[in-house]
Design a protein around this ligand. Structure first.
Ligand SMILES: NC(=O)c1ccc[n+]([C@@H]2O[C@H](COP(=O)([O-])OP(=O)(O)OC[C@H]3O[C@@H](n4cnc5c(N)ncnc54)[C@H](O)[C@@H]3O)[C@@H](O)[C@H]2O)c1
Ligand SMILES: O=C(O)[C@H](O)COP(=O)(O)O
Length: 472
């Protein structure tokens, strides 16, 4: 039988590249399964009569994963238990170091700090998949990734509750000026005041962005006796007695507390700036735990100095340091010192989602999605590729192959693909598209190793190809 090594050696230049994307190039083990003798990663592992065991493709120990920004150990364990090579770092990396590392890896796991720009991704020749171990995906060039067949996953809501709880705490802290009182006590000053300190009962909370976090917050705030209004670009069902208002201006004019829960988008940059502060009630409060780009910080400083707003809580900033340490100063940004000098401004280092519960849940959710994608090509939950799934093949189904063909969504591709696959026994096939990109998954039975090579070569030769993988 032809070995995987032999096949790789004989490949044409273009096929070499394709195989690299489907695990072969630079990997020491077999690029695709040997159908007569299964890979060592699963050979002999399962008693014949046990529940069907999902097939693992290739030698999983050949998969190189880089995890940045202190990804939770629960997630790390899931990946290590697959046999993948996992390097986990506690911080993000400067761009030059990131580029150096990303050249060699198949999978990268990041949080909100690591910027996977076109410049960085264009160096990532072997990269198949990105795991954002957080909610936000604005730090990744999703379109570039999709055009190069790199799937991106995130955890859409595992830290929503943690953020909502932080905001509830901040509403009370701001209303009672707790940050200032605590700072004074730390400097040994006793300053017992009640002027401009309020209960939150009966006050109006204005939520901008009524998604996972905003709606969760709505329920908690109402339970504490607040009136809740919200503004969102889409019409959404109100929870409890909350009420959607038609414009941002209306929300700003009615609210005692304004809290922001929108994604970072071109339309949300500086969503709250000088004009919006003018619309806010005198002596109201602003909370931002969404993205630093959403608030115009110099305008906030002005609104705070003039007494227009009575306080603010900021968890996110336009520039944030890559690691923990003494960084929040004017070396990082021009306004850091001004912010620190203001009264009743609570500053936290992007910890909205930083709880044990949230980080563990995110770690597990994203690591599971990565394993499903690496081992089975399943894109459920992908934020930039079509979501496609076929059931897992088992050891009871020998001589099967799963073909994955990511391609440009242009007319006539399916006919050409099926001319290639049609010579074989295609058990199942599914295809879906998202904008310009389409994802096809087909399970083929009674297929020999040599035939797989032929299928892969022919798919690779199609002009629509972005990436071909053959699993099992
Ligand atoms: N501080 C943290 O640690 C932390 C943690 C989690 C999430 N976040 C940030 O919070 C954001 C919101 O999270 P989520 O899970 O609630 O997101 P989500 O996608 O569930 O909800 C966002 C809502 O904002 C709305 N929206 C979009 N553009 C808008 C606009 N211009 N005006 C008004 N509404 C608009 C959307 O329609 C949606 O309902 C995330 O994108 C992320 O950037 C921060
Ligand atoms: O997008 C998110 O989930 C939050 O901003 C949290 O990001 P982090 O994982 O970097 O703390």
């Amino acid at each position: 039988m032809t070995s995987a090594q032999d096949i790789q050696t004989n490949l044409s230049a273009s096929f070499q590249k394709a195989v690299s994307n489907s695990w072969g190039q630079n990997l020491s083990g077999s690029p695709i399964a040997n159908f007569s003798s299964p890979p060592s990663s699963w050979a002999g592992a399962i008693p014949r009569r046990s529940a069907p065991k999902v097939l693992k493709p290739f030698n999983t120990q050949d998969i190189k994963i880089l995890l940045l920004e202190n990804v939770n150990v629960g997630g790390q364990e899931i990946l290590r238990n697959q046999g993948y090579q996992v390097e986990a770092l506690k911080t993000s990396l400067p761009e030059d170091q990131l580029i150096e590392k990303i050249r060699d890896i198949h999978v990268i796991g990041i949080r909100s700090k690591t910027k996977l720009t076109e410049r960085v991704l264009s160096e990532a020749k072997n990269l198949l998949v990105v795991g954002c171990f957080c909610i936000g995906t604005n730090q990744v060039d999703l379109e570039y990734a999709a055009r190069h067949g790199i799937s991106v996953f995130n955890s859409p809501f595992a830290n929503s509750r943690s953020v909502a709880e932080l905001v509830i705490a901040e509403i009370i802290l701001l209303a009672r000026q707790i940050g200032d009182r605590s700072n004074e006590m730390h400097r040994s000053t006793w300053n017992k005041v009640s002027a401009k300190c309020w209960e939150i009962r009966g006050k109006t909370l204005g939520i901008v962005g009524y998604g996972h976090i905003g709606s969760q917050l709505s329920v908690l705030a109402e339970a504490m006796g607040m009136n809740v209004i919200y503004y969102d670009v889409v019409t959404l069902m109100a929870l409890g007695t909350a009420r959607q208002v038609p414009t941002l201006e209306k929300l700003l004019e009615e609210s005692d507390f304004v809290t922001l829960h929108v994604p970072d988008l071109p339309e949300t940059r500086n969503l709250i700036s000088t004009t919006q502060f003018e619309h806010m009630k005198n002596g109201s409060y602003l909370i931002n735990a969404s993205r630093g780009s959403v608030v115009d910080i110099p305008a906030l400083i002005k609104a705070s100095r003039s007494g227009k707003i009575a306080g603010a809580a900021l968890d996110v900033f336009p520039q944030e340091p890559a690691a923990n340490g003494d960084y929040f100063n004017s070396n990082l940004n021009t306004w850091g010192d001004d912010l620190r000098s203001l009264n009743n401004i609570i500053l936290t280092p992007h910890i909205g989602g930083s709880t044990e519960e949230a980080q563990r849940a995110i770690g597990i959710e994203v690591a599971d999605a990565l394993v499903r994608y690496i081992n089975q090509g399943i894109t459920l939950g992908s934020v930039n590729l079509p979501e496609v799934q076929l059931r897992s093949l088992t050891l009871d189904e020998p001589e099967h192959a799963r073909v994955i063909y990511i391609h440009r969504n242009v007319p006539g591709v399916l006919r050409k693909v099926n001319e290639i696959l049609g010579d074989h026994n295609v058990d199942k096939q599914i295809s879906d598209s998202r904008g310009d990109i389409a994802y096809l998954m087909a399970d083929i039975s009674n297929v020999r190793y040599e035939q797989i090579k032929d299928i892969q070569e022919r798919l690779e030769a199609l002009s629509s190809r972005i990436l071909t993988r053959v699993l099992y």
